[in-house]
Design a protein. Structure first.
Length: 482
């Protein structure tokens, strides 16, 4: 079952439940209103009997039996109404009934003892009784004269008309509810279909993009600023990120293939030279072995970078030990100076600063920054290594006088697999992993790495690592008395 169908069924079920509750409440409200109207009519009829009885006996009294009894009230006026009236005296004997009461109902409408006793106790009682197949509503109240209960008034009304009206009303609610429910079902199905139409379009477009393997396409963005608008923007952003990652991976595979092919081709060439007799020439043998050793070292560096990148993805833990950055900077300078190839590598300002971290990883970060600066600096240029204490951080800056970085490349310079234009590099560029590894090492140490560059003037890379706080010096007063 599709989501659209489930939503439609849920909507109809909720609407049906609400409609049933509303119909039941409305039916009960109408029943209560009509019952109250009937009770008011019966109460008014009984009050008219009481009023006529009181008025007629104020100036006329007769005696019956052993005690003084009043003549029963006149109920002849009820002959043309739908109210049946009966009068009982104190001993329970019926002394009067209205002329409109059918003789067949007289035995059924005999007042029961419970209602009679309640009325004699000066309490009005209203209840509904079933006489045959017809419901009858009764109102029983005491007949009083000068504050004394002298009899009982029973006013009865048939509920046949009320029941017929309520039955017709119930059928109307049921029929109308079914019609409304059917209309709501059709309307709900149409609304859900219309609401899901943009989602279906988004799904169809996304599927076509996947089938065509064209991540450059985008899903059309709806004009309305609603949830579908946000969903479309999210999908387009995801497609853009996927496209960016796939392009980066394609570039990476091509770069790694090139990086691997070049040294392997050089090594194969040297092997062929040795095979043709260079092994008997000491000078040629030494040159071939040096070339092969250089290419092997290049391959090892590439593999190490790839391994470190994989380890960073799996959550490689760093060592935390004191590291003297000034000593580490001297080591990097000493190791890279023979490899500068015409570029002046020098030390600038150098403070004595220590940090807590992984010495090998920090050294790798410095090597990557320095090698990157040398590769992008023409012969005759310079690369300067600086170390300074800046507040709570140790700042290592690598300043070169190279070609600079284009403004459009600056936001992506630390992305993995990203390589700026290699046409301006003095030597062949790497696989685009060095600076991304520097960024990861900085993050792992709670630091940052940033770059500032001007085309044609050079670049400055700054690595900031939280330093170890310097202990406060304790000043001893030699003249203090002990």
């Amino acid at each position: 079952m599709s989501l659209r169908q489930r939503l439609t069924i849920s909507y109809i079920s909720f609407f049906a439940a609400a409609l049933i509750v509303l119909d039941i409440g409305l039916y009960l409200l109408v029943c209560q209103a009509m019952m109250s109207s009937v009770d008011n009519e019966l109460r008014l009829g009984a009050q008219l009997v009481q009023q006529d009885f009181t008025t007629s006996n104020e100036s006329f009294q007769v005696y019956y039996g052993p005690r003084r009894l009043l003549p029963p009230p006149s109920i002849s006026d009820f002959g043309g109404t739908n109210l049946f009236v009966q009068i009982y005296r104190q001993d329970g004997e019926r002394v009067a009934l209205s002329s409109n009461m059918p003789e067949s109902l007289v035995p059924d409408l005999e007042l029961d003892s419970k209602s009679f006793q309640a009325a004699m106790g000066n309490t009005a009682v209203a209840h509904t009784a079933l006489h045959g197949t017809v419901r009858m509503r009764e109102w029983v109240m005491p007949l009083t004269f000068r504050g004394e209960v002298v009899g009982v008034i029973q006013v009865v009304r048939s509920m046949r008309e009320i029941d017929e009206v309520l039955q017709l009303f119930a059928y109307s609610l049921l029929g109308g509810g079914l019609i409304v429910l059917i209309a709501a079902a059709r309307g709900g199905a149409w609304l859900t279909s219309a609401a899901f139409m943009p989602i279906n379009e988004i799904a169809d477009t996304t599927q076509s993009i996947v089938r065509a393997e064209d991540l450059t396409r985008r899903v059309p963005v709806p004009v309305a600023q609603d949830e579908l608008h946000r969903l479309t923007l999210t999908i387009n952003d995801m497609l853009a990120r996927l496209d960016q990652q796939f392009q980066a991976q394609r570039r990476f595979i091509a770069d790694v293939s090139h990086e691997l092919r070049t040294p392997l081709a050089a090594m194969r060439g040297n092997i062929e030279v040795l095979d043709r007799g260079a092994a008997r020439d000491p000078a040629l043998l030494s040159e071939s072995l040096a070339d092969m050793r250089s290419e092997v070292n290049r391959l090892i560096r590439l593999v190490n970078d790839l391994l470190l990148l994989a380890q960073s993805e799996s959550g490689l833990e760093m060592r935390h030990e004191p590291v003297e950055l000034d000593t580490l900077l001297l080591e990097v300078h000493r190791e890279l100076r023979p490899l500068a190839l015409g570029v002046t590598l020098r030390l600038g300002s150098e403070d004595q600063v220590s940090v807590m971290g992984d010495r090998d990883r920090l050294k790798q970060a410095l090597l990557n920054l320095a090698v990157n600066a040398i590769q992008h600096t023409p012969s005759g240029g310079s690369v300067t290594l600086n170390l300074a204490s800046q507040g709570e951080f140790a700042a290592i800056s690598v300043v070169d006088t190279g070609y600079g970085i284009a403004p459009e490349d600056l936001p992506h310079i630390f992305e993995r697999f990203y390589r700026a234009d290699q046409a301006r590099t003095r030597v062949r560029g790497g696989a685009g992993l060095g600076l991304s590894l520097v960024h990861w090492i900085a993050d792992a140490h709670g630091g940052t790495v940033s770059v500032e560059s001007t085309m044609g003037a050079g670049s400055t890379f700054t690595l900031r690592i939280p330093r170890i706080p310097t202990p406060l010096a304790i000043v001893v007063d030699d003249e203090a008395e002990i």
